[in-house]
Design a protein around this ligand. Structure first.
Ligand code: SF4
Length: 417
């Protein structure tokens, strides 16, 4: 395949997102300094709505882990965590984040003048819906800061999200209230939780609309854009700022659709990305695919912050349902059904599975899923080996060669039709 220099169109709204993300980080930093508001650390698909409704500002260590990856600081941090007993093969968000803490550095300092460290927590709240690593990760910080660590234990490998499961998780969410009241000094207020849930649902709906614009041919969006644009959906869900931002972003993408503006000029092939992004290679991968007139335009990963079950009129059950219906929580059977729908919806020509060395939870190609889906859908797939954060696990040359060969295969298939 001949690689071309293909034009990728930048999203104008990103500058506005930069401003609200900066406000978010500075607000946390100020609160950590003057102790004006309680601070909770929360897993990325943890009960953020409950925390926000109880007056907590929220820091998401996974977001920090991704920043360490994207700024390519992670690989230098990981050995610090290895030295205190966390092996190089466990979650490289965890090892990079704890390593950075031990080294006393953070990418926040480079991005936001005056911020010297992550904000010290008053409480750590996890949900094991995504993996067990988050529990160990938070346990370490609990000891380090001598603060309470509480969480929700969710079954994994779930096929149908039945009512008994929803009730069990909802009860666990309710049980978080008394300790959170004690830490924050704020009384739980059902009206406030409903208000935050409504905001979070609106954010989720808008984010889904943003992602679904990629079903248009040509797509106005790429997966690589999505990994950047998802920031507010992760850290600011439940706030008006996130909603306002996604309205602006959606309008820009709808305008592109109206004018047939493609995110990757001359889009020829459409790819679905399954698995974690390779944070330190977002730009490299974006250029690699675009150079082959191929748009990686949709992913399971970015869809993971769509919580269509949120219902302000049934906050606990609907929160439990949404956070248990997540792709990562589900059985292979349910995951395959989900991916099949996505392939059809986004009209894709091929799937790329990222087998991330340190995240088995988000690497779905290890037990034959790629082959089963290929057989059923006749859509070809490629597995690339790498990692979300640890660049030592990546071979750029191998990725490039494999991707080029894969796109060539797509071309041959199309020619044969
Ligand atoms: S799901 Fe994977 S990347 Fe995310 S915290 Fe768990 S192990 Fe780490």
């Amino acid at each position: 395949m001949e690689e071309k220099k293909v034009k990728r169109v930048n999203i104008k709204a990103t500058a506005q997102m930069g401003k609200i993300m900066a406000d978010y980080f500075y607000e946390l930093n100020d609160a950590a300094k003057d102790r004006s508001k309680p601070i909770a650390w929360c897993t990325s698909v943890g009960p953020a709505e409950l925390l926000r409704s109880m007056g907590f500002l929220i820091h998401f260590p996974e977001n920090h882990g991704a920043m360490l990856g994207a700024t390519r600081m992670a690989t230098d941090m990981i050995p610090e965590a290895n030295a205190i007993g966390y092996t190089p093969t466990i979650c490289s968000y965890l090892t990079a984040d704890i390593g950075a803490y031990l080294k006393g550095v953070t990418p926040l300092s480079k991005a936001y003048k005056g911020i010297k460290s992550v904000p010290k927590p008053d409480v750590l709240v996890f949900n094991t819906n995504q993996c067990r690593d988050v529990q160990d990760w938070f346990a370490w910080y609990g000891e380090e800061f001598d603060v309470l660590v509480i969480g929700i234990y969710t079954h994994r490998g779930v096929n149908d999200v039945g009512e008994e499961l929803v009730v069990s998780v909802a009860e666990q969410i309710k049980n978080l209230i008394p300790p959170l009241e004690k830490v924050s000094g704020n009384k739980f207020d059902m009206g406030e939780l409903k208000r935050v849930m409504a905001l979070s649902r609106e954010c989720s709906d808008l984010w889904q609309k943003v992602l679904f614009t990629a079903s248009t041919k040509p797509s106005p969006l790429t997966f690589f854009d999505g990994t950047i644009q998802m920031g507010p959906a992760v850290v600011l869900r439940g706030t008006q700022q996130a909603i306002d931002y996604y309205k602006v972003l959606l309008a820009e993408l709808e305008e592109r659709i109206k004018n047939h503006v493609a995110a990757v000029e001359d889009e020829k092939y459409r790819i679905y990305w399954e698995g974690m992004p390779v944070w330190g290679r977002l730009s490299t991968h974006s250029k690699l695919f675009a150079g082959l007139e191929t748009n990686v335009l949709a992913s399971t990963y970015c869809n993971s912050w769509v919580f269509s079950d949120f219902d302000e009129n049934d906050p606990f059950n609907s929160m439990a349902r949404a956070y248990t219906k997540l792709f990562i929580v589900r059985s292979d059977e349910a995951k395959e059904e989900y991916i099949k729908n996505m392939l059809e919806y986004f009209k894709v020509d091929g799937i790329v599975y990222h087998d991330a060395m340190t995240c088995p939870n988000n690497s779905n190609c290890r037990y034959g899923m790629a082959q089963r889906l290929e057989k059923e859908t006749n859509i070809p797939s490629l597995i690339i080996n790498g990692d979300l954060n640890d660049t030592r696990m990546i071979s750029d040359e191998q990725t490039k060669t494999n991707v080029e060969a894969f796109v060539e295969q797509l071309e041959e298939r199309r020619d044969a039709l």
